[in-house]
Design a protein around this ligand. Structure first.
Ligand code: PLP
Length: 373
């Protein structure tokens, strides 16, 4: 019998994949967490040019090329109202690696990490892998995370809490006041706030503010990526920003586990961040239109769904048996409890699919809902 680490034994393969595998080949897939748009041409071209010019053959600096880190710093000053030195940025293999190194660098055995429930599946898994103890917190009725609930969940053993806005799986967007509160809590309790902002460009109502804009103590690290903003999930390019001391610790993990992010992807990311932003706008407008159609559909079905103000997910409350009924009829959706205990009784619907297919799926979901009444 091979011996495995207790940390890895606490983690299982995400339930989302099982749903895909259970459905037929012709199923409509509303389970996907990636935009259904191509990567902007100028980003693709920048990678191709870098490859042709022989610029992408070798390791880059561990933190990533200087020009990419400068582009990231400029992006944060322009879009997010906070200054970061390009030296305090690490380009990572997607937002996933950024979350991983943030937790690895800060969590000791048994220390607690607070995160939203329902929430993105990686928070719990990466906490386990770092040897920490997951502390999921329930959400408000509108599926945002209440800063007061986070503050209540803190104990002497808490080392970090995760904020995710706009959120997967709920589509919820935290208000600027909440973000200010999260920064205050991080400062007052001297815990780390990990702000996962990968859906930042998909906000339809309200606005995205980063807790980093309110951070005066260096207790906020920001995780972001090109994946969702520029439809670049396959490129695997994200980043993390933080105080110099924190970045130096995260770099120790990144350096040994990853060496550097993929060089061609770094050139593509730089072009995406500095080039025309039309695709970002096009995607946001398309997602908003689809969200509205989907919400109308839920209303007609009599399903309650807190209005998702961002990302490309909706999380309606669904009757018992709904998810199976919908999947049996050929539409893949993800059961809410794949995202935590409090997701029970909900389903996550991704509307990263064209309008025609989405409307077809809405009709099928309506039939499934009617069949259960
Ligand atoms: N954070 C959230 C909330 C996500 O939903 C995802 C991907 O689905 C990630 C981070 C990871 O993104 P990436 O593909 O850049 O690793």
């Amino acid at each position: 019998m091979p011996a495995f680490s207790t940390r890895v034994e606490q983690v299982s393969i995400s339930g989302i994949r099982e749903v895909f595998e259970a459905a037929g080949e012709d199923a409509i897939n509303l389970g996907l967490g990636q935009p259904d748009f191509p990567t902007p041409d100028h980003a693709r071209e920048a990678a191709v040019e870098a490859i042709r010019a022989g610029k992408a053959d070798a390791y880059t600096s561990n933190k990533g090329t200087e020009s990419l880190r400068e582009a990231i710093a400029e992006k944060h000053a322009r879009d997010n109202d906070f200054d970061v030195d390009p030296n305090d940025v690490i380009a990572t293999s997607g937002g996933s690696e950024a979350l991983h190194i943030a937790l690895e660098a800060h969590v000791n055995e048994g220390e607690e990490v607070v995160f939203p429930d329902p929430g993105f599946v990686s928070y719990e898994a990466l906490t386990h892998l770092a040897g920490g103890t997951p502390k999921p917190v329930g959400l408000r009725d509108d599926l945002t995370m209440d800063p007061a609930a986070v503050e209540d969940a803190l104990t002497d053993d808490t080392v970090a809490f995760v904020v995710n806005s706009p959120a997967n799986p709920t589509g919820a967007v935290q208000s600027p006041d909440d973000m200010r509160e999260f920064a205050r809590i991080a400062a007052e309790h001297d815990v780390l706030c990990i702000s996962d902002e990968v859906y930042e460009k998909q906000v339809f109502d309200g606005e995205h503010r980063s807790p980093a804009a309110f951070d005066e103590t260096g207790n906020v690290v920001v995780v972001n990526a090109c994946s969702k903003a520029y439809s670049m999930t396959g490129w695997r390019l994200g980043w993390v920003t933080g105080s110099n001391e924190r970045i130096e610790r995260m770099l120790r993990v990144h350096q040994y586990a990853q060496a550097c992010a993929s060089a061609p992807a770094q050139y593509a990311a730089e072009a995406a961040l500095t080039g025309p932003q039309d695709r970002v706008v096009e995607m946001r407008e398309a997602f908003e239109e689809r969200r509205d159609v989907l919400l109308d559909g839920f209303e007609e079905m009599g399903l309650e769904c807190p209005t998702p103000k961002g990302a490309f997910y909706a999380m309606p409350k669904v009757p018992d048996g709904w998810v199976d009924e919908v999947i049996d009829r050929g539409v893949i959706v993800v059961p809410g409890d794949a995202f935590g205990e409090n997701g029970d009784g909900y389903a996550r619907i991704s509307y990263a699919t064209d309008m025609e297919t989405l409307k077809e799926a809405i009709d099928i979901m309506a039939e499934a809902t009617a069949a259960l009444k």
